[in-house]
Design a protein around this ligand. Structure first.
Ligand code: BDR
Ligand code: CA
Length: 313
């Protein structure tokens, strides 16, 4: 299996993604690293520990940064994920504790110990990956690949007309991650807004997954209500779990390759900008930036089938 670390801000769809990864034989989850985003980093860490405890697995959790690289911390979106990050189901305190290493230290250590073998999957704001690159730039050459849920190219944003939440929460960190000399695979709203999880699928997971089905269903009510009430969607958009599906089977997606930069200020803050053409007038911002693979199309049925298979086995 492919060795992965998931960097996360759990988060209802983060919980779905983490259990999806744990249930997939193609992936070996070496650790969870936590970030602020949907909730504070303290709550994200508690939530990650709760998920590990529920799974019965022995997976380390490393606490990450509490605020963005440059900009001020934004309000947490309790209207999307609930004040507890899990749709206000208010789980009891976890028994376990985070390890002594920070998220960035854990990422660096694990990548150095497993050269060319680790896939980093980031499903929250990107501060921990940016810090890991800052501590040890060599990791850029030593990871297998970097898969992120975040950004959007042609689809409208979900926190501003052009920005997706994970990028908007820490655009400076995101720009460092896209500009580093490693290959980023971007799973953004261009594909996650094409994949809708209906209640019926959540019900089948509830009825066939004794470990986490009921929890995901209960937490998922809040998330589904948000998408129905505020986005007019018939189900939930599959954001974070799409990054797991990509790590398992990239053939479910079509990509465009090119350098990506992130706008860090002003009206375009958080926009992910893919250079697709060579322009006559020189534009330097994308010079010498390693290409990313940006997902633009998706076999949505295939992603949902992969999720259902893993989660109801
Ligand atoms: C992203 O923002 C968060 O609300 C979700 O967990 C996902 O990572 C979608 O824009
Ligand atoms: Ca997330």
């Amino acid at each position: 299996p492919e060795k992965i670390i998931i960097d996360t801000d759990p988060g209802i769809d983060d919980a779905m993604a983490i259990f999806f990864a744990m249930a997939s034989p193609e992936l070996e989850l070496l650790g969870l690293t936590t970030t602020f985003g949907n909730v504070s980093v303290d709550m994200a860490t508690q939530n990650a520990l709760r998920l590990v405890e529920m799974s019965g697995k022995d997976i380390p959790v490393a606490r990450g940064a509490s605020s963005p690289w440059v900009q001020a911390l934004l309000d947490y979106p309790d209207f999307v994920h609930g004040a507890d990050g899990f749709g206000n189901v208010n789980l009891p305190a976890p028994k376990g504790e985070a390890i002594d290493l920070s998220a960035a230290q854990f990422i660096v250590k694990t990548v150095l110990e497993n050269p060319h073998d680790i896939t980093l999957i980031a499903i929250g704001p990107l501060i921990n990956l940016a810090l890991a690159l800052h501590i040890e730039p060599k990791i850029a050459q030593l990871v297998n690949k970097v898969v992120i849920m975040g950004g959007t190219i042609l689809e409208s944003g979900n926190v501003s007309p052009i920005a997706e939440a994970n990028i908007f929460c820490d655009p400076h960190a995101a720009d460092k991650v896209f500009s580093a000399d490693w290959h980023v695979h971007m799973i953004g709203l261009d594909v996650t807004h094409k994949t809708l999880m209906m209640d019926a699928l959540q019900e089948r997971v509830r009825d066939n997954n004794p470990m986490c089905g009921q929890f995901l269903y209960n937490a998922g009510r809040f998330y589904a209500d948000f998408y129905k009430a505020h986005r007019g969607a018939e189900g939930c958009y599959v954001h974070d779990a799409s990054a797991i599906a990509y790590a398992i089977d990239p053939s479910l997606f079509t990509v465009l390759n090119g350098p990506v930069r992130v706008a860090t200020e002003g009206v375009a803050k958080g926009q992910t900008i893919l250079k697709r053409t060579n322009y006559k007038y020189r534009e330097r911002h994308w010079d010498n930036i390693t290409d990313s693979s940006v997902c633009m199309g998706v076999n949505a049925e295939g992603v949902l089938a992969l999720y259902e298979k893993a989660m109801t086995a």
